[in-house]
Design a protein around this ligand. Structure first.
Ligand SMILES: Nc1nc2c(ncn2[C@@H]2O[C@H](COP(=O)(O)OP(=O)(O)OP(=O)(O)O)[C@@H](O)[C@H]2O)c(=O)[nH]1
Ligand SMILES: [Zn+2]
Length: 378
């Protein structure tokens, strides 16, 4: 994707139906509806990014922020951040205006969680995201692989890819965690504190958090490169440095101010709801830039993933090679290490010598994921 302004069509756009349908007085199907992207949800009010019909070409200021509520027919339907919705009514975005969401467009992915593993009620956290970014500190606090595993499972179950973002590499080595997760095909990226942090503080450079922590710019830019052109959901435990990272990636997010940001629509949200932030192409270098490419969705309220809803067969689909092998398993095979006659064990035994270590690492990691479904988060 090239450089350009923020564009709600970045969210997996589909051809617009507007203009091709005749307008009728009755509008039983709301043929006058426009499409909006949900960037924030707060107590029944939805912040939408809507393409501005009056603006010129897509690009700078081609979008407006519209506040909306759900139409009555959607009362029981959950609308989440990342949803693309059809809206009618006052879509001017003017002060005090309120539009109506009449339809949710088909979702390309749904990230779900249950409150805990026995909770039958599953809720959708974010829709239409491509990638789950698991933010984990290498120290302070110590990494918890159980938590990471659960996030990986939730992402794969949702049909999303995973980026493991290891923070605080200035405090500890990422090698051990790389070894655990790379066999699963999980991409790993590492961030660290800028060595000359004090000087950077004084210079007030990009990458500075409210607390004064400055991340090494090249590590932030590596993360940005992995997020470009994608819709990414960031999750992480308290204290891992997620806010520091988001502030470095999206310096204009005005995270603590509660003021609606013209570009991102951020603001007015409670501290527990997800919010979508447009990802700048490059860090702010003093010049105001309106080039965005990708979305960062922060999930302040999500600290863990209950996985009661995840089925083994569904999870297996994220691992083509293992899924093929598991077709040979006895019916109802759990595929765990103690499962009798699990074909995955034969796959190791039949392995060419040189491939065996890689296969073993992959199967061990996969089985760890499987047990995280039922094990505790500790
Ligand atoms: N040494 C080191 N400290 C860091 C790094 N990144 C963040 N920190 C510090 O870690 C602490 C927690 O960072 P936050 O960004 O507030 O963490 P958070 O994940 O947003 O946590 P909550 O605000 O509780 O959600 C702060 O004191 C940061 O200054 C890093 O790369 N290295
Ligand atoms: Zn099996």
């Amino acid at each position: 994707m090239g450089r350009r302004g923020i564009d709600e069509s970045d969210f997996h756009s589909r051809p617009s139906k507007r203009g091709s349908r005749p307008r009728t007085k009755q509008r039983p199907e709301h043929s006058d509806a426009v499409t909006g992207l949900v960037t924030g949800v707060d107590r029944g009010r939805y912040t939408l990014l809507v393409k501005d019909a009056d603006a010129g070409a897509a690009g700078t200021s081609g979008e407006k922020i519209v506040t909306a509520m759900k139409a009555r027919e959607l009362t029981r339907t959950r609308v989440v951040v990342g949803d693309r919705v059809d809206v009618v009514g006052d879509v001017s975005g003017g002060e005090g205006s309120l539009a109506r969401i009449v339809r949710i467009q088909e979702r390309t992915s749904t990230l779900r969680r249950t409150a805990d593993d026995t909770d039958p009620y599953e809720r959708i956290v974010v829709a239409n995201a491509d990638q789950l970014v698991i933010v984990t500190a290498l120290a302070q606090p110590e990494p918890r692989t159980g938590m990471i595993d659960r996030c990986v499972v939730a992402a794969y179950d949702a049909g999303m890819s995973v980026l493991l973002c290891l923070t605080k590499a200035d405090l500890a080595s990422p090698d051990a965690l790389r070894e655990l997760y790379e066999p699963l095909g999980v991409e790993v990226v590492v961030t660290r504190r800028e060595a000359s942090s004090d000087e950077a503080d004084r210079a007030n450079v990009a990458g500075q958090s409210a607390g004064g922590m400055v991340l090494a710019p090249e590590s932030v830019e590596e993360v940005r490169g992995r997020l470009r052109g994608l819709v990414s959901v960031l999750v992480g435990h308290s204290g891992v440095g997620k806010s520091t990272l988001i502030n470095a990636l999206v310096p204009d997010a005005k995270r603590a101010t509660g003021v609606v940001n013209d570009v991102t629509g951020r603001g007015r949200h409670t501290s527990t709801s997800a919010v979508a932030l447009a990802l700048p192409v490059s860090p702010s270098d003093g010049e105001p830039s309106d080039a965005f490419d990708g979305w960062v969705i922060d999930t302040p309220g999500v600290r863990s993933f209950g996985l009661a809803h995840v089925e083994v067969s569904h999870l297996l689909r994220a691992f083509d090679d293992l899924d093929d092998v598991a077709q040979e398993c006895p019916r109802g095979c759990t595929h765990l290490a103690d499962a009798p006659d699990c074909a995955l064990d034969d796959w190791i035994k039949a392995s060419p010598e040189e491939e065996r270590p890689a296969r073993e690492a992959r199967l061990t990691s996969f089985r760890r994921l499987l047990s995280s479904r039922t094990g505790s988060d500790a």
